[in-house]
Write a protein that binds this ligand. Structure first.
Ligand code: SF4
Length: 348
């Protein structure tokens, strides 16, 4: 079943998915139940990449009946954002940085999203008063050196609104670094207009962290959008989620990381899947993730290496998951071929 429809419009409803050949008519009623609970959006740039509904692109964005199966360990707020929010829109988990979530809209809705109980087209757009309260909180907390604009996707804001936020943050003396976390370069590259790029202007250190999970997401249009960001002297980092059926084979993971490096995007984090409701079909065990990364060591340029991390459920922070090469006593290391050696290189 190949997607025949290039409508130029974002697909949001089950009937549109069926018309586009991305869902079976007999699944319609059950999928409506999924769609009622979790937002759906498949923008044209992603529609064009889907070769069949269960391929690595389709799996990420097409609702599935398995999303209604909630496992006992899954949580509505797996990384504990809510408990760490001193004022609306701010999440303060680490001493030197804070998240600012100006909206909860995304260009597409990932079926494995860790904020799936919160994101959606209805918005979560902070009001001007709420934004002023968030800025006041940041001004009152001089230990905050970095603000991470996330959501939702901050590049779904209008250039006018994004520009106003960037100016307000740039006016706070102790904020040294501003980061934007986004899926727009791969999901809706046409949004990366000169006006949106102008809105990102700041005299602070500005970084863009883009989310992509499969090499095919790096379409010519996406590469063009990424290059436009880089042309503004904004470094671009990549983050991905390790996902069953998307990037959980050595070849798929290698292709993803190489696609990033070839687009001048430094792979930053490979996330272990957060246990959000109805996402078990995407789960890859940590031991398998470590083996996948170990398989790349020595074979793939170090530029392509992300840090494989777990966001400890409950808001306890991110930790690297390895693979480890040093033993616990720091007396021997394992080389890329798997041989354990003393630190002078002799076999142990
Ligand atoms: S783009 Fe990010 S916030 Fe939006 S649905 Fe995907 S994972 Fe969630």
């Amino acid at each position: 079943m190949v997607n025949p429809l290039k409508t130029g419009a974002t697909l949001r409803h089950v009937r549109e998915l069926i018309a586009a050949g991305l869902a079976r008519p007999e699944e319609g009623p059950a999928l409506e139940a999924v769609a009622e609970r979790y937002a759906t959006a498949i923008p044209p740039a992603f529609q064009a990449l889907i070769e069949s509904p269960d391929d690595p692109i389709g799996r990420q964005v097409i609702p599935a009946l398995s999303e209604l199966d909630i496992a006992p360990h899954e949580q509505a707020d797996p990384i504990g954002d809510d408990a760490l929010s001193p004022v609306p829109g701010i999440v303060h988990r680490y001493a030197d940085r804070a998240l600012l979530k100006p909206l909860l809209i995304c260009p597409l809705y990932c079926r494995f999203c860790f904020r799936r109980e919160h994101v959606g087209p209805d918005g979560g757009l902070l009001t001007d008063d709420q934004l002023e309260t968030a800025y006041a909180w940041l001004r009152d907390n001089p230990a905050i050196r970095e603000v991470i604009l996330t959501g939702g996707d901050p590049l779904m804001l209008s250039p006018r609104r994004l520009g106003a936020i960037m100016r307000a943050l740039s006016d706070i003396a102790h904020i040294e670094t501003i980061r934007i976390h986004t899926r727009v370069p791969v999901a809706a590259p046409e949004r990366m207009t000169p006006a949106l790029l102008d809105a990102m202007e700041t005299d602070r250190a500005m970084w863009l962290v883009m989310h992509a999970n499969h090499a095919r997401e790096f379409s010519p249009e996406a590469r063009h959008a990424i290059r436009a960001v880089q042309a503004r002297a904004i470094p671009v980092l990549g983050q991905s989620v390790l996902l069953r059926g998307v990037n959980d084979t050595p070849d798929a993971l290698e292709a993803l990381l190489r696609a990033m490096v070839s687009a001048r995007v430094k792979p930053y984090y490979l996330h272990q899947l957060d246990p959000a409701p109805g996402t078990a079909s995407f789960h890859v065990p940590i031991a398998e993730g470590r083996a996948l990364l170990a398989n790349l060591r020595g074979r793939v340029t170090g530029l392509a290496w992300p840090t494989y991390v777990l966001d400890i459920p409950g808001g306890h922070g991110k930790v690297p998951l390895g693979p480890d090469y040093l033993d616990e006593t720091a007396a021997t290391v394992r080389d890329p071929a798997g041989t354990r050696r003393h630190l002078n290189g002799q076999p142990a």
